[in-house]
Write a protein that binds this ligand. Sequence first.
Ligand SMILES: [Zn+2]
Length: 248
Amino acid sequence: MSLSDKELIHYSRQIIMPEIDDSGQLKIKSSKVAIIGLGGLGSSCALYLAAAGIGEMLLVDGDRVESSNLQRQIAHSFDYIGVAKVESAKNQINSINPLTIINTVSENISDDNSQLLKDHEIDVIIDCSDNYPTRYLLNKYSLSKKIPLIHASAIKFQGHITTFNLTENSPCYECLFENNNHNDENCESQGVFPPIVGVIGSMQASEVLKVILGLNALDGYYQTFDLLNNKINTFKLSKNPSCPSCSS
Ligand SMILES: [Zn+2]
């Protein structure tokens, strides 16, 4: 695989940076990522990754676009209300970068269909879901296949992000969140400030690109954003030696 003259011009504003260069752009072009959830986080993450030149994306989401999504889910538009989110997002992504190959699965991910991540030879999994069963499932899959997992969530004015399972020594999702009772908070019951999903989804795109490029990702660090109180914090994470998922 190589970069055409048109691609060298198209991506010139990032290739000029020594941290990326031609070789990094080629790595971005060669990468296949899975975006699980095409809501607020998945929308901004997918659009930035396509703009940056990701070679191939697998979009997984069983929902259809509703008008109440449009205040924050920028990969969808009015004309696509009622359409599968993965098809709506595919259309928007392709208008930004027709060279990115988009595969779609209009189903929610589950134990029954998680094989599709293997079938598509995914390099990075991006958790843009809004529920705990999916987060645990993706963590389990990521650990078993040794594929990095970019995890994030956002609600009201707050969001957080980290990268799990980058190396053998990285903490996993269950090191941080034990698999027991969780609050069933969601955007429908609690509300969501539109830009927070843009901020956190863009951070997920940043993490994906840094993992691909071998730059300093949030491996072992957990970053929180509070747009109401103007606070950004970074916490060090440790692997839990008795984690039921990743301890040996
Ligand atoms: Zn763990």
